[in-house]
Design a protein. Structure first.
Length: 575
């Protein structure tokens, strides 16, 4: 049974599931080299079919997430707004909030926009050679929900699971709480209309501060720990007056405006407020509202297992607070929880209705890999500017370079799917020298000065560096932890500079044998069990997708070397 899921919105992605197992998944940005590339992921679909020796006729189900056209942030937060966005996402200040909140305004248009979406889906399927009788659509938040539940694998055990989804908006909904039961399946307990969106508010504040909505929210989260509560109190209280959790309904209630109208309110209310205070205020607001929402439903149901999907759960500091709840024995956060995950979630929903054994998402290394011949072709294309060597034990060689203080790009094996670099397409360096952050930012990453880096740590040495009393699995950099005194010495550059928290990738020999081996070599050479790991890209570009992209990044940055498969590559010294 072959299921191909295609997300054609923000960060367009394609996913192939065969007999209940995800075998290939990649986002279009890795082929176009345009960050968060939207639209139909033609190159991703083409690669998946070729990689698995399939024709379009071999696909049993073609699945599109979203019943209404998905959001493209480049359009949604720009100057042009379609009628659909005006109705679902940009409520005018003259429209009573009670009307929008009850969905009375949008209900007459739902059928029209769903019909539009269905026509679009059928057209895309036909244009790309798929049989129209095999096309299925899955609702947006159902995609997030099934991606979290089945990705975690909690469905295999049969015990009830709470399923939380939260984002800016999708199919007219911004959040949902569901209960999954092996006999009854997925039951909705509560859902929030798009107007009452905690994610939309965070994105509008991001936009107000001059950054990209749908992309730069993490920068506000990164700034927040630097600001004491007394400095952010005014902003925090103001945001609470806009939107808060309401225990009487079990959801969020928006008391202000929405969409573009919100920008006018922010300009008035925060005209003379410091940038950092606003960042801390909105992060505090988000943590306050979301943790109360999650705890309310945990206590109301008494269910001790929970999974989380949707772009809001890329907020790792809030995830850290939720993971520590006494109400939960175990939690799972979708590893790349934005709309790119709707592809795999939609595939899981269709598979759950067909397959007896649906397998969890155990590996994210699901993208393209490259042969020696393909690597050599990329190197030869730039031969006058490069020098390279092939190593039988390239992991040992890279560990030696890292020991000696070099900054190295690593391009090895199948590409990892999602927003986080997990060793397959990473820039690595020692993390015991805080001075390396300046080198990284000045010559390669150009990140905002306050932003932290992350660390890859040998899984067997996790207790040496992170405080993890529940022994939660953390292979995907989607959870943050407090750290030990030893971490603040050995991997200081991989921690948040102010609060010393760490967003780790715990690396196991099963998940990534070659990367685990590199970390072992580095530990033998230095005694340190972790490395600073950041994504292999220049600022504003997506993670590199091809050996050619890796070479161009080397030549356009201050990287000391890149390891592309078994080749260690450097720039030729100036004559």
């Amino acid at each position: 049974m072959r299921i191909l899921a295609i997300h054609d919105g923000h960060t367009a992605t394609a996913c192939l599931m065969v007999d209940g197992e995800v075998v290939s998944m990649v986002s279009e940005e890795r082929f176009t080299n345009r960050k968060n590339q939207g639209g139909y992921p033609a190159q991703s679909v083409s690669w998946i079919l070729g990689q698995n020796s399939l024709k379009t006729a071999d696909i049993d189900h073609v699945v599109f997430p979203h019943l209404i056209s998905p959001i493209d942030y480049a359009v949604s937060y720009g100057t042009h707004h379609s009628v659909r966005h005006a109705i679902f996402h940009y409520a005018n200040v003259l429209v009573p909030r009670s009307i929008i909140g009850s969905h009375a305004l949008v209900k007459p248009y739902v059928g029209f926009f769903r019909g539009q979406r269905k026509n679009t889906v059928m057209r895309l399927a036909k244009e790309n050679g798929f049989h129209s009788g095999r096309v299925t659509q899955v609702e947006h938040h159902a995609s997030h929900a099934y991606g979290a539940l089945y990705g975690a694998g909690f469905h295999r055990e049969g015990a009830p699971v709470l399923v939380f989804t939260l984002d800016g908006s999708g199919d007219g909904i911004s959040g949902r709480v569901s209960l999954w039961d092996k006999d009854k399946g997925m039951t909705t307990l509560h859902e929030n209309p798009s107007f009452h969106s905690v994610g939309e508010l965070f994105s509008r504040v991001t936009q107000f501060l001059g950054m990209k909505a749908g992309e730069h929210e993490y920068k506000l989260m990164g700034m927040a720990p630097y600001v004491p509560d007394d400095k952010s109190e005014r902003a925090f209280r103001r945001f609470l007056s806009y939107l808060d959790f309401d225990p009487s309904t079990g959801g969020f209630v928006n008391r202000k405006y929405f969409g573009q109208a919100m920008l006018d309110v922010l300009r008035k209310d925060f005209a003379f407020e410091r940038f950092d205070n606003i960042c801390a205020g909105i992060q505090r607001h988000y943590e306050h509202a979301v943790t109360r929402w999650v705890r309310h439903w945990a206590q109301k149901t008494g269910i001790r297992s929970a999974v989380f999907g949707g772009g809001c759960f890329m907020n790792v500091k809030c995830n850290m607070l939720i993971a520590a709840f006494d109400e939960f024995d175990r939690v799972y956060f979708s590893p790349s929880a934005g709309d790119e995950s709707t592809a795999v979630g939609a595939a899981y929903k269709v598979a759950a209705e067909i397959e007896k054994d649906v397998k969890p998402l155990e590996s994210l290394y699901l993208g393209p890999s490259f042969s020696d011949a393909e690597v050599e072709a990329a190197l030869q294309a730039h031969a006058p500017e490069l020098q390279w060597e092939r190593h039988e034990d390239v992991e040992r060689k890279v560990a030696e370079l890292l020991r000696d203080g070099h900054i190295v790009g690593r391009f090895r094996g199948p590409a990892e799917w999602g927003a986080r670099a997990l060793g397959g397409r990473s820039i690595l360096c020692r993390a015991d020298d805080l001075g390396i952050i300046h080198r990284l930012n000045k010559s390669i990453k150009s990140r905002d000065f306050w932003m932290p880096f992350a660390a890859s740590i040998l899984e067997e040495d996790a207790d040496r560096y992170i405080v993890n009393p529940k022994q939660l699995s953390a292979p995907h950099m989607i959870l943050t932890f407090d750290t030990t005194p030893e971490a603040r010495k050995d991997i200081a550059a991989g921690l948040h500079p102010f609060d010393h928290t760490c967003r780790p990738q715990l690396v196991s020999a099963d998940a990534n044998p070659s990367y685990h081996r590199l970390l072992e070599h580095f530990k033998e050479l230095t005694g340190f069990s972790g490395l600073l790991n950041t994504s292999f890209n220049l600022h504003g570009s997506p993670i590199v997708g091809t050996p050619e992209d890796a070479v161009r990044t080397l030549m356009g940055s201050g990287l000391d070397a890149v390891a592309i498969e078994n080749y260690v590559v450097r720039r030729k010294a100036a004559q």
